[in-house]
Write a new protein. Structure first.
Length: 199
């Protein structure tokens, strides 16, 4: 398969690529790195990306920012970061790609642990994660041409712990290998409309 990985340079993106590139052709995409660059919050830019890439069989999205701040310091614009980037950015990859991906292809998005195991200053990310779960559940029953859509929801990765562990007290880091396998399960398996949790 030819698989587009958006956010390939991040910890989660690298885990997905490491697993999938053993068996498939990977096209890497980032905001400022990779084979192609795109702002996923811009639907027209996403459609142009797909036109430039050409034929592909699956999309894996490991992209999307959120604001980490206390609720008392949050305002609408700060909160919109997670909704614009993490939610709509990934939704745009599906909306823009459903007419380009091969028959029977798939979209695998990324959420995270915070909607089920919250931390302080994580309300924006928690909201985004919950929204993505709702999107794949609802979108899966309407996907044309036997297309599939799922979301992987990993805990904090082991390789991310040195940078983010202080925010995740008491959280057990998850194996990057296990996270990579979750993306393989979504891309190579038959699941659709599922939240694939990696704890």
């Amino acid at each position: 398969m030819r698989i587009i990985v958006v956010g390939a340079a991040g910890d989660i993106g690298r885990a997905a690529c490491k697993e999938l590139q053993q068996r498939h052709e990977i096209v890497t995409v980032g905001r400022s790195s990779g084979d192609y660059q795109v702002d996923v919050s811009d639907l027209n830019a996403v459609k142009s990306l797909y036109e430039d890439i050409g034929k592909f069989d699956a999309v894996v999205s490991c992209a999307g920012d959120a604001t980490f701040a206390s609720l008392s310091d949050m305002d609408q614009e700060k909160f919109m970061v997670g909704l614009r980037q993490k939610v709509m950015g990934q939704v745009n990859l599906v909306l823009g790609g459903q007419n380009y991906v091969s028959d029977g292809g798939s979209f695998t998005l990324t959420s995270g642990v915070l909607d089920r195991d919250p931390i302080r200053m994580g309300s924006n990310a928690a909201t985004a994660n919950g929204a993505l779960a709702g999107f794949v559940t609802g979108a899966a029953i309407e996907m044309p041409r036997a297309l599939r859509v799922n979301v992987v929801s990993p805990g904090m990765l082991d390789v991310s712990a040195p940078r983010y562990g202080a925010w995740f007290h008491g959280h057990k880091p998850v194996s990057s290998l296990d996270v990579g396998l979750a993306y393989a399960k979504c891309v190579e398996g038959a699941l659709t409309g599922q939240v694939v949790v990696v704890d």
